[in-house]
Design a protein around this ligand. Structure first.
Ligand SMILES: [Zn+2]
Length: 693
């Protein structure tokens, strides 16, 4: 009998419409089953044997306890034969009604199960009479049990939906073996000037441009230095809005100084305003991995990225590739082996300092930087190959950006600070190479401003601004008390130095080569400060080689948010996906691949000159109120020693290798200075040296 009942159930199920099942599934099965069984003679036939009944009770597994439900129905619903013969719609209506009634349809089953022995005694006695009172109490118990079970199930369903169905399960795409939620890799090549793409050193990046979408260049924000711009990339806010207004600056309210390479100071959360994208994403249950992005190690409490890799300036580039692949290979939300504390990130941000470091050390037009540019290109190539090997080329977005360009410096382009202002009148000097001046007496501000303007009358290579008076609006560099009240901003390729650190006239006479050889931080719209933005992937469904108009880096936050389907917080950016191309780079009317004129050094480097080089760190140290001379001189010597020149006994390759080693040593030194918790200097935070970023 049970067997035939089962078959009947099967037929009935087959005939059910999907909608009905969806509506009433858990109970309707029971109901249907109960109805079918009722066609037989329940009380006297089907369950006359305890064995049979046991079989029926245990026939179906499942948390609903279906078997009990089936049997129990009958106790309460005498006219089962009629119900069994009712039309399907009637049955459905009845079921729905019963569900509303309090899941009464299944209620008696629990009573059955919980008081099975009583039931059996009753059955054995051959009596089916039950007192009305007992039935009422049973029902109360049954309803209570059912209600409890209902909530347990509801909770279980909720948990199941959380763990097995990520919020964007509907948008997940398979690479053949795994499902991927919208994913973007954001790579920042620090100091990669836009026209570095036109030097024949970057086959991968050029091919990437040809496959993707890009402007001819992307404008950084002012000041065009690393920390403000990386946080602008991450937040979509101008530096004046997110508060990291320079690599080094004084906060009058806090009576504290921000100094970018001193983690003790720079990683305090009060410096970093706005919401970086890793927080925006994590807040929206979208895991993020950040590999060394400036500002990502800030000690914030909630919504930290799932992965944060501590800065290591000497990490070799292949390690970065490995790390990105490791993130991609993490089990996804629907994969076996997924761990809640090790999610697969949907946003992978990685930071590459090498091009910037060599730009400072050797200059953007140097022979040395060519190899570094090529190395960065190879690294990007290996990431793209890794994607291809995983069949992820069309699934994972890749966006490559830089934070600013680089201008060549030269001894012939130096301005002596003392020619403009007496350093003794200045309490703090912010930034580099742009000079933010905080007078010891704020009442002297107007006088100092006028004095500098008067003395600079014949200088066409510096700009002088009062923050609250005439800062160019396009700088967006006035609406924050952390911005010094008075600024001297040299033109691209120029630098201002204090006399104690180098007498400009003497340096010129002696042919001393000025270091760093490359600097940025100038007017963010200057062609030499131009950065790059190139994107490819499903969030950029444009024709290959598409071109968009140049835009400022405040738009990157929106673009990345859109690419992974999260909602950006209000910010200064205005672009949203999809980007609107204006044509192809290959179009005839497309702008030329413009290489801006870089001020060419007048003095050629020589071994003797480099030994006498005046590293900017020592120049700046003299301005400090408190100085760590040992540190300063150490930096100076390491900077100077890191300038190898080939000798007659060295082969070209040996020299190159030697150079690379020196760079590595220098970077190590730099990192030791800055990331062991010891600041390179304690003063006004003007320290830059070859380490200026
Ligand atoms: Zn930078």
């Amino acid at each position: 009998m049970p067997a035939s009942a089962r078959e009947t159930i099967g037929r009935r199920r087959d005939s059910d419409s999907a909608d009905e099942r969806t509506l009433i599934d858990p109970l309707s099965d029971d109901e249907r089953y109960g109805s079918e069984v009722s066609d037989g003679d329940y009380d006297h036939d089907i369950l006359e044997s305890e064995d049979e009944r046991e079989k029926l009770l245990t026939r179906k597994d499942g948390i609903f306890g279906n078997k009990g439900i089936r049997i129990g129905r009958r106790d309460r619903n005498a006219p089962t034969k009629q119900r069994g013969k009712r039309g399907h719609n009637d049955e459905l209506s009845a079921l729905m009604y019963e569900m509303e009634e309090g899941v009464g349809a299944s209620s008696s089953s629990f009573e059955r199960r919980s008081s099975e022995s009583d039931e059996r005694r009753l059955l054995a006695a051959g009596t089916h009479r039950q007192s009305q009172k007992k039935r009422i109490w049973r029902r109360v118990g049954i309803y209570g049990s059912i209600a409890g079970l209902f909530f347990v199930l509801l909770f279980a369903a909720y948990r199941a939906s959380k763990s097995e169905h990520p919020k964007n399960a509907a948008t997940m795409v398979s690479n053949g073996t795994h499902l991927f939620a919208p994913t973007t890799i954001l790579i920042s090549l620090d100091g990669f000037r836009a026209d570095f793409l036109y030097r024949g050193l970057t086959p991968t990046l050029n091919n990437f441009v040809a496959e993707g979408i890009s402007p001819k260049y992307m404008m950084p924000s002012f000041p065009s230095v690393t920390f403000p711009n990386h946080f602008t990339l991450a937040t979509g806010l101008y530096p004046e809005a997110h508060g990291v207004v320079g690599n080094s600056f004084w906060d009058e309210d806090l009576q504290k100084e921000f100094y970018y390479t001193d983690p003790e100071r720079s990683l305090q959360p009060y410096w970093w305003g706005g919401e970086p994208i890793w927080r925006t994403a994590e807040r929206q249950d979208t895991p993020v991995a950040v590999h060394m992005w400036p500002g990502s190690e800030v000690h914030s409490e909630e919504f930290r990225p799932a992965y944060v890799d501590k800065y290591n300036g000497s990490e070799i580039l292949s390690k970065k590739v490995d790390r990105v692949m490791e993130f991609l290979d993490t089990p996804g939300p629907l994969d076996i082996g997924v761990k809640s504390d090790q999610p697969r990130p949907q946003l992978i941000m990685t930071y590459v300092p090498n091009v910037d470091a060599d730009g400072h050390m050797y200059g953007p037009n140097s022979t040395e930087i060519r190899q570094t540019i090529n190395d960065a290109d190879t690294m990007v190539g290996n990431i793209l190959k890794g994607l291809e090997a995983r069949n992820l080329t069309d699934i994972v977005n890749v966006v490559i950006v830089s934070d600013h360009g680089m201008a060549t410096t030269d001894t012939s382009r130096l301005v002596q600070l003392e020619d403009l202002v007496d350093p003794n009148e200045i309490e703090h000097i912010d930034g580099w190479p742009h000079f933010g001046l905080r007078p010891k007496k704020i009442s002297e501000l107007e006088r100092l401003h006028k004095q500098i303007l008067d003395r600079a009358q014949n200088m066409t290579n510096i700009e002088v601004y009062l923050r609250d008076k005439d800062t160019p609006e396009r700088y967006h560099f006035s609406q924050n008390e952390r911005i010094a009240p008075l600024w001297i901003i040299p033109k691209a390729g120029w630098a201002v130095i204090a006399k104690a650190d180098g007498d400009v006239e003497e340096m010129k006479e002696n042919g001393v080569v000025y270091h760093p050889r490359g600097i940025h931080g100038y007017d963010h719209e200057h062609p030499l400060m131009r950065a790059i933005f190139v994107a490819r992937g499903p969030a950029f469904p444009h024709k290959p080689n598409s071109r968009v108009e140049p835009f400022q880096n405040i738009n990157v936050y929106n673009i990345i948010c859109d690419s992974i389907g999260i909602t950006p917080l209000a910010n200064n950016g205005t672009l949203r996906l999809p980007l609107k191309p204006v044509g192809l780079h290959s179009d005839e009317d497309s702008p030329l691949e413009e290489t801006p004129e870089d001020p060419v050094p007048s003095a050629k480097p020589s071994p003797s000159a480099s030994a006498d080089a005046v590293p900017i760190s020592s120049a700046t140290v003299s301005m400090a109120t408190t100085v760590t001379p040992a540190k300063a001189s150490k930096t100076a010597s390491s900077t100077a020693s890191a300038k190898p020149t080939p000798t007659s006994t060295e082969s070209w390759w040996q020299w190159l290798t030697h150079s690379a080693e020196n760079v590595e040593d220098w970077v190590d030194e730099f990192m030791k200075d800055h990331f062991t918790g010891k600041p390179i200097q304690e003063g006004t935070g003007m320290g830059k040296g070859g380490s200026a970023v």
